[in-house]
Write a protein that binds this ligand. Structure first.
Ligand SMILES: *[C@@H]1O[C@H](CO)[C@@H](O)[C@H](O)[C@H]1NC(C)=O
Length: 429
């Protein structure tokens, strides 16, 4: 579990924080997105604010007659907002890149382009690193290779098989493509992966291991086997197969489970003075990060939501911020009956005195991107600060009983956003 907290207007705030003398400040200087809403940060934000939903019916799931036959897939093609691997993935990386790696390369390239950071010296390279994770890597590669091996033996196993399925190879390709030789690390913590990657990178920079880090998560595992597995874990909504765009409905009375999605999010993080000295466009500051484990059950959070509460409080403490300073919480809320209720209770406890708080779950529009969710949603939280707009919770028709916050139902809300929190929770965390 974890959160990140961010604040704009760092230029008015050059004093050094005293509670940790050696801690360096970290800012965001670039973003990249590949989601069911499309490719590109502006494209995604526009669609999110307009209330577009990226969930559709998926033929290969329909053919298998699975309980859930819908999901949020990244549309491939050459049109604006579509994913074109020939455009984004360098030739040398192509055969070695399964879809989760391709999406990561694309999101990272966008963040690199936006940040205009390019190492010029050996030292620049050594001070620039990568933290990029995935949760399930490439199930399609594992299954098809197993199939070939069973039928035809060793000769049909591609030498590229292992590099295509290793979780850390998304980050591996990014470091090779851009010549980053600093820390290269990979969290794989189920649906918290993207958030942990950002938090780790934030710590590496503030601790002094690196000056610049590209951080994020990516996922592409909408396969019949994964859908079967999540169905058996009773995690997916199965009642909306004929009406995909209303299936993901966080905080709604009639929410029935989450919808699997794919994509990637990447963030360029940078030490404050490093960014200022080179005149980088600074989106916001990362103020703090907190994490906790439930120590409770593999897939269910404890009913009192104490883990979620603890990590939000830890992030606020780390940020030296109070609950009343927060303007927006981007909730993890995946649209499951239990998960949303528990997170809601935790948010209500932490922010009970904050009457101006806005909350939303962008999963109504995107579905649940699993290992990429934390990164994609941190980016939406940053964009809320940048544009002073809270993105909506799609499909929130009837707020459930006992949910007493402003969940930004259906339409985006224009308001001042100086501080936001992005929540992520995962199985086993
Ligand atoms: C923490 O925040 C408080 C209130 O804004 C401020 O007075 C204090 O100086 C801050 N502490 C540090 C160490 O920055």
């Amino acid at each position: 579990m974890l959160n990140t907290v961010k604040r704009l207007k760092i230029e008015n705030n050059h004093h050094v924080r005293h509670y940790s003398q050696h801690r360096r400040r970290v800012v965001v200087t670039g973003l990249g997105l590949v989601t069911p809403l499309g490719v590109g940060v502006e494209h995604n934000w526009k669609r999110l604010i307009e209330g577009y939903c990226g969930i559709t019916s998926i033929d290969r799931l329909v053919k298998e007659n699975l309980p859930s036959t819908i999901g949020g897939i990244v549309r491939r093609g050459k049109e604006d907002g579509e994913f074109d691997s020939e455009r984004w993935v360098p030739k040398d990386s192509r055969g070695l890149s399964s879809p989760f790696i391709e999406y990561a390369i694309c999101a990272a390239q966008q963040a690199v382009d936006a940040s205009r950071w390019k190492p010029k010296t050996e030292e620049d390279s050594d001070r620039t690193g990568v933290t990029f994770g995935s949760s399930l890597s490439s199930l399609d590669d594992i299954l098809s290779t197993h199939d070939q091996y069973s039928k035809h033996g060793l000769r049909k196993v591609s030498p590229y098989f292992i590099p295509r399925i290793l979780n850390n190879l998304a980050g591996g390709h990014i470091s090779i493509i851009h010549g980053y030789r600093g820390p290269n690390h990979c969290a794989s913590t189920a649906c918290t992966t993207g958030a942990h990657s950002i938090g780790d990178a934030f710590r590496f920079i503030s601790h002094g291991d690196a000056d610049v880090m590209i951080a994020g998560g990516s996922e592409s595992c909408i396969t019949p086997l994964a859908v079967a597995g999540f169905s058996r874990a009773r995690a997916l909504a199965t009642e909306f197969n004929e009406n995909p765009t209303v299936a993901s409905r966080p905080f709604d009375r009639d929410r029935r489970g989450f919808i699997m999605s794919e994509g990637a999010g990447a963030i360029m993080l940078e030490e404050l003075h490093h960014a200022i000295d080179r005149g980088a466009d600074i989106y916001c500051e990362v103020l703090g990060y907190g994490l906790s484990g439930d120590g409770h059950h593999v897939t269910s959070p404890p009913p009192d939501g104490r883990g979620a509460e603890k990590c939000m409080r830890a992030a606020l403490r780390d940020a030296n911020a109070t609950a009343s300073q927060v303007d927006y919480v981007n909730a993890h809320a995946t649209s499951t009956p239990l998960g949303d209720a528990i997170e809601n209770a935790a948010i209500m406890r932490v922010f009970h005195e904050n009457t101006k708080l806005s909350v939303s779950s962008t999963k109504g529009a995107t579905g649940h991107l699993l290992g990429a969710a934390g990164a994609v949603e941190a980016i939406f939280s940053i964009l809320a600060i940048r544009h002073n707009v809270v993105p909506p919770t799609l499909n929130l028709e009837n707020v459930d009983e006992g949910f007493n916050l402003d969940y930004t139902p259906k339409t985006a809300k224009k308001r001042q956003v100086d501080v936001s929190i992005s929540n992520s929770f995962g199985f086993g965390d």
